[in-house]
Design a protein around this ligand. Structure first.
Ligand code: ZN
Length: 290
């Protein structure tokens, strides 16, 4: 089952997160008809987003992580909350690129050069927003760079998606390990040494190592304390009511034009592909609410 674990280590000098996201990545692959490289590109972003969501403090807080690039994928966006729920979409689900020389998906080639933007909605008037340049477009390095420069938290990020021969998701997940400002030199060097020795995220998951096990691989010699374990899922909270409000917000003139075309309109949710149809009579009723 997809889940996230959270831990501290070395007397609070380190905080760490790890997730397995195989099922929700497979779900996203299906609803968005993602090609293998886009399954990897989007799966990595969702795994990172769930962990960054769990760093939020408030129950109702939301984080959006958006990539905009000049590669064929053009970009992708995810929104996550602090409770393990994520949803999102990619701009071009069909990208097909040859693998890189090392056999890995060319996620960097799919996203290309561009920007990573993080928006945190914490119930304040203005959401917090930070943008950094993409470093490689491979997602993990881009998130690492964002966390280091925009949030000033030195972090090590590992993300991975393994696609099976039948194109279903075989493994997906990741970790984020962060150093607190008072981290001592010894803690840092132990961590760096371990990070240089561990298997990749997908190798660990494929060897049956779960998120707790991943953090033990990295932090096992630094007094790990697990503080939270929560399920994760792909969740969309759209509804016909939400789309009804959306149509009202386009204004009387545009609704009158839709009515003049005399065809029911079908709205589609970007996040989950649910379709909601509004008949002409319904559109006429909406005019009374403006
Ligand atoms: Zn939806």
């Amino acid at each position: 089952m997809d889940h996230l674990v959270r831990a501290t280590a070395a007397n609070g000098q380190i905080r760490a997160f790890a997730v397995t996201t195989k099922e929700l990545t497979e779900y996203a692959r299906n609803i968005h008809s993602l090609s293998p490289v886009m399954t990897a590109a989007f799966g990595r972003l969702m795994a990172a987003g769930i962990m960054m969501g769990s760093m939020l403090k408030g129950e109702e807080d939301l984080i959006t992580v958006k990539i905009q690039g000049d590669g064929p994928a053009k970009g992708a966006l995810i929104t996550a909350d602090s409770k393990g729920n994520v949803k999102g979409y990619v701009n071009n689900p069909n990208v097909d690129l040859p693998p890189k020389a090392n056999g890995h998906f060319d996620v960097g080639g799919a996203y290309g050069n561009g920007f990573l933007t993080v928006i945190k909605d914490m119930g304040l008037k203005e959401p917090y927003s930070g943008t950094t340049n993409l470093v490689t477009g491979e997602v993990a390095e881009d998130i690492t760079y964002y966390l280091a420069t925009s949030e000033q938290v030195p972090s090590s990020v590992g993300l991975g998606v393994l696609v099976d021969t039948d194109l279903t998701v075989r493994q997906a997940g990741g970790f984020i390990v962060q150093l607190m400002p008072f981290a001592e030199e010894e803690t840092i060097s132990k961590l760096e040494k371990k990070l240089g020795q561990i298997m990749s995220v997908t190798e660990m998951l494929d060897a049956g190592i779960d998120p707790k096990g991943m953090l033990m691989e990295i932090l096992g010699d630094q007094d790990v304390i697990f503080t939270e374990e929560i399920p994760c899922s792909y969740t969309c909270n759209c509804s016909k009511e939400r789309f009804r409000k959306g149509i009202i917000s386009i204004g009387r003139r545009d609704i009158e034009e839709l009515i003049a075309e005399n065809e029911p309109i079908e709205t589609v949710c970007h996040f989950c592909n649910s379709k909601y149809t509004f008949e002409i009579d319904k559109l006429k009723e909406l005019l009374n609410e403006i």
